[in-house]
Design a protein around this ligand. Structure first.
Ligand SMILES: [Zn+2]
Length: 498
């Protein structure tokens, strides 16, 4: 992970602020400068180490399960938002007399604080500034005016925050994104399935733009509620007025064999910047690493729009097991046929860890993509156990299940201990259960679980809105985006559910 890979927007803002800050900061600096020049090297070294340590500890907090995450836990979001950014190294090469090292270190500190505040972690932003070596480090305990003004700005915004009503949080989901529409919609046997349940890259990006414009902010399932002393306990999500929390997820992130040559990524890898990326086979047969699916595209988007992510939240990524995960053929059935079996298991585990470290939540989608509500109880147990043995062993403890087909193990009434399937999943460590529901939101906070409905944003759903016509009560997407503005013209129509 590194700090170089920043968005243009962020860079522009940073540059603007630096110019502004230099103007404001010049006078006091000249006065203080002479006094501190003798200890300059020592201070800036200490500050760098301190920030690096703060971020390092944040990274460790992040890479855990995140179950105990507290709102306002500053260190946690630092690494998720900026990938454990170190104070950028510009000062090292830029040691000119006009911009001494201290000034650069303050800039780096202000950048860190700004990024935390952009992700709604005002406590952490203020904490970072007030605990820095520069706070009260001037003559007579004065603080650089740039730091003081940042603190008061963040304190001001913090006062305006409002708690999110957690039963009104929407949850949207996707499958693997179509990167090459001409290959997915090419008239072969798989076309109809892709047309119904997949979303294309361009559609996804338009959906993100629209949701961002409408004030949506990604939160984790673990931000909504967490298990505490055996009880599912409401979390507190604080957002500025006009912002709305949402959860996002992606199912079947396995890059199944049938998807080869149909315009999808082939697997997920760790990119050069330490963030998740995808491999895709190009038309000339070469393999390209880039943003070829939802995960890296969302990383790109959040880099450009850090305020789309609450305290470093990303989406939930769900895996079946029968063909392995993330494009690696790690299922037990491949042990003899995949010559890279051991290496693929290692690589898949490393990518899964990279996802968690970057704020993604991981989930079960059952091992065999089974209807967990209707298969026999014996088959249900076997499927759950296979997922534990073949997937959880790679990705680590997981407490979320996204039901295949959205098929729940109960109707809308609260789960209870008479439901043996629910009890079996609980015994395996699952606390979060998501079905599919086209309503704007459906959240059930049970005694010892959280259940949420998810909305499919796919070709079928969009076409249904379009066919219903404007103003129809059968339209379901208008709070997120207008289907007519998003739906790809390359899709065969009508989109029929088969
Ligand atoms: Zn699925």
């Amino acid at each position: 992970m590194n700090g170089q890979n920043r968005s243009n927007v962020f860079r522009q803002k940073k540059t603007m602020r630096r110019k502004r800050n230099r103007l404001i900061g010049q006078l006091p600096y000249l006065l203080i400068g002479l006094l501190i020049i003798g200890i300059l090297g020592g201070i800036s070294y200490k500050v760098s180490v301190k920030i690096a340590l703060a971020l390092e500890s944040g990274e460790k907090g992040q890479s855990g399960e995140g179950k105990e995450k507290e709102p306002g836990d500053g260190a946690d979001s630092a690494s998720a938002e900026n990938g454990g950014t170190e104070p950028d190294g510009e000062s090292a090469s830029d040691g000119s007399e006009t911009e001494p090292e201290t000034d650069s270190s303050i800039d780096a500190l202000l950048d860190q604080a700004w990024l935390l505040a952009a992700g709604y972690d005002y406590d952490a932003a203020i904490g970072l500034l007030t605990s820095s070596e520069f706070y009260g480090a001037g003559e007579g305990g004065t603080t650089d005016p740039r730091i003081n003004s940042a603190i008061s700005e963040y304190e001001h915004v913090r006062e305006s925050l409002q708690p999110v009503e957690i039963t009104e949080i929407t949850h949207v989901f996707f499958h693997s994104l179509v990167m090459d529409e001409s290959k997915a919609f090419d008239g072969d046997a798989d076309e109809s399935g892709y047309n119904q349940v997949m979303t294309t890259k361009d559609e996804f990006l338009k959906i993100l733009d629209s949701m961002y414009e409408k004030g949506y902010v990604l939160v984790r399932l673990h931000d909504i509620a967490t298990m505490q002393d055996g009880r599912m306990t409401k979390g507190q999500i604080l957002l500025p007025p006009g912002r709305k929390a949402c959860v996002m997820s992606q199912d079947d992130v396995c890059y199944y064999e049938y998807m080869e040559d149909d315009g999808f990524a082939r697997r997920m890898v760790i990119g050069d910047n330490g963030k998740p990326a995808c491999e895709m086979i190009m038309d000339d047969g070469t393999v390209s690493v880039g943003s070829y699916d939802m995960v890296p595209l969302l990383e790109d988007f959040i880099e450009q729009h850090p305020d789309f992510s609450y305290k470093g939240a990303r989406a939930v990524i769900a895996f079946t097991g029968y063909q392995g995960i993330l494009g690696y053929r790690t299922a037990e059935s491949y042990r003899e046929t995949n010559p890279n079996f051991a290496a693929d298991c290692q690589a898949a585990a490393a990518v899964a860890k990279c996802l968690r470290d970057n704020g993604w939540e991981l989930a079960s989608h059952s091992w065999g993509h089974r209807d967990l509500g209707t298969i026999s109880y014996e088959k249900f147990k076997t499927d759950c156990d296979k997922w534990e043995n073949e997937v959880e062993t790679l990705i680590g403890p997981t407490d979320i299940i996204l039901y295949p087909f959205g098929a729940d193990v109960s109707d809308w009434h609260a789960y209870n201990s008479d439901n043996e399937r629910f009890m079996y999943m609980k015994s395996l460590g699952f606390d979060y259960f998501c079905n599919v529901d086209s309503n704007q939101y459906w959240v059930q906070l049970g005694d010892n679980y959280l259940r949420q409905g998810r909305r499919n944003l796919d070709g079928y759903r969009m076409w249904t809105d379009i066919a219903a016509g404007e103003g129809s009560s059968r339209r379901k997407l208008d709070d997120l985006f207008k289907a007519e503005d998003v739906f790809s013209s390359n899709r065969p129509t009508p989109v029929v559910w088969e």
